[in-house]
Design a protein around this ligand. Structure first.
Ligand code: ADP
Ligand code: ASP
Ligand code: MG
Length: 408
């Protein structure tokens, strides 16, 4: 019998009525002849609430205990959905991360899945049961509870679809699929019927939270067909698939934004080999991810070095860089929290010139100053003042004709 993995996000299980309608959808899929393995998130807002509880209790919650706490959100929705399925005459069982044996490393709060033992799930399926797996959680080598990072239920779902060889991994969410930009920010956003893994990877890492990055990585590696769709309607959503030649015809398929960025500039850094390495070493040792980096060499033997980090890492990074800057004789360190990054993504950029220039022109036409630029094969990102984020997204969406450009 064919198998399908269905993941329901926070809004899709946000209350008992929503859970009942999820149960009906699962029953529909069974009626079509599928074995169904379900992955659930915590109810909308609950993970944030649990984190707030912990932070109210202590200033810096212990990471191990925080994971134990956060994992309870998914445990609750898995149990509730199983009960509701049972009440509708379906044999269903919830399984927690440790029962499925979702093995992870020990990076509490952002653990990576190492392996999944599908035996426990297969045994339930043989009994003709629906299995409801608590997403976002696993156990490390010492049987500690771990969580996979925000949005991690997507990753659980794709990893399960890969090990169970599912026909498709359906990601049910509160929008109808992957759009040309965030439909909650831009009313002209258009649903894409297909998107390549690489484009989705860029969109996800540049701020489109509709799919978690590691989920996309895993789908690409294991060639899992992912169908992002709404749990509120029965329309087809977006298929995330391997790239096909026709995808290169579209220059830009999406615009993203990320407000969670902050900028640090080190002025007048002596221009000598090894200096950048010294500056970034303590930052990377502290586990802080650095994003865009720009360095300008002046003729007087000094450089200005600017880079971005996430807003929560800003204070710590300022302190670490400030310490080294003093030691290497840099003039000063400046910080700016009021920035955002807007990006355009498209497989067509590989084979077409002038895309970046068109982006710069569109921003210039609105008098939006570009502070930093970074590019890859299929994306261009610009760092701008945060207050222009929404405007920038809208003008870029218009400039690249995304309202009329769906791939069918
Ligand atoms: P879930 O709780 O179901 O996992 P998320 O909130 O994580 O849902 O992701 C869905 C949200 O992603 C949407 O409500 C939307 O605001 C946001 N989003 C951002 N960019 C995009 C995009 N390009 N396409 C679709 N949704 C997007
Ligand atoms: N509940 C977790 C979160 O809010 C995981 C998820 O929803 O995917 O990040
Ligand atoms: Mg999500």
């Amino acid at each position: 019998m064919a198998l399908i993995v269905q993941k329901y996000g926070g809004t899709s299980v946000a209350g008992i009525e929503r859970i009942k309608s999820v149960a009906d959808r699962i029953i529909d899929s069974r009626a079509k002849g599928y074995n169904v393995v379900v992955v659930v998130s915590a109810m909308a807002g609950q993970t944030d609430e649990l984190i707030a509880f912990a932070k109210n209790a202590v200033a810096e919650p212990d990471p191990r205990e925080l994971d134990v706490l956060m994992a309870t959100g998914e445990q609750r929705s898995a149990a509730l959905l199983s009960m509701v399925l049972q009440s509708k005459g379906v044999d269903a069982r919830s399984l927690m991360g440790h029962q499925v044996a979702v093995r992870t490393d020990s990076a509490f709060g952002s653990a990576r899945i190492i392996s999944i033992d599908s035996d426990s799930i297969m045994k339930e399926l043989e009994q003709d049961r629906v299995v409801v797996v608590a997403g976002f959680q696993g156990i490390d080598g010492n049987n500690n509870v771990t969580t996979l990072g925000r949005g991690g239920s997507d990753t659980t779902a794709v990893a399960l679809a890969a090990v169970l060889n599912a026909e498709v991994c359906e990601i049910y969410t509160d929008v109808e699929g992957v759009f040309s930009t965030d439909p909650n920010l831009c009313s002209k956003a258009r649903k894409l019927s297909r998107i390549s893994y690489d484009e989705m990877l860029e969109l996800a890492s540049l701020g489109a939270k509709v799919l978690e990055i590691r989920a996309v990585e895993s789908a690409k590696i294991h060639n899992v067909q992912v169908h992002v769709r709404s749990s509120f309607t029965y329309q087809e959503g977006t298929m995330v698939v391997a790239e096909t030649r026709d995808m290169e015809k579209v220059l830009v398929s999406g615009v993203t934004y990320d407000r969670n960025a902050a900028r640090i500039t080190v002025k007048k850094v002596p221009d000598r080999p090894g200096i950048s390495s010294r500056l970034f070493k303590p930052v990377s040792d502290a586990g802080i991810v650095v994003d865009v980096i720009v360095q300008n060499t002046n003729e007087d033997g000094y450089t200005d070095l600017t880079f971005t980090v996430t807003k929560p890492d800003f204070q710590k990074a300022m302190k670490l860089v400030g310490d080294v800057a003093g030691a290497i004789g840099a003039e000063k360190v400046m910080g700016d929290l009021d920035i955002a990054k807007v990006s355009i993504v498209g497989a067509g950029m590989r084979s077409h010139a002038g895309v970046a220039q068109k982006m710069f022109q569109a921003l210039a036409d609105e008098n939006i100053n570009i502070m930093m630029i970074s590019t890859s094969e299929i994306k261009v990102s610009c760092v701008i003042e945060e207050k222009y984020t929404e405007l920038a997204v809208r003008v870029l969406h218009r400039a690249f004709d995304l309202e009329a450009n769906d791939r069918t």
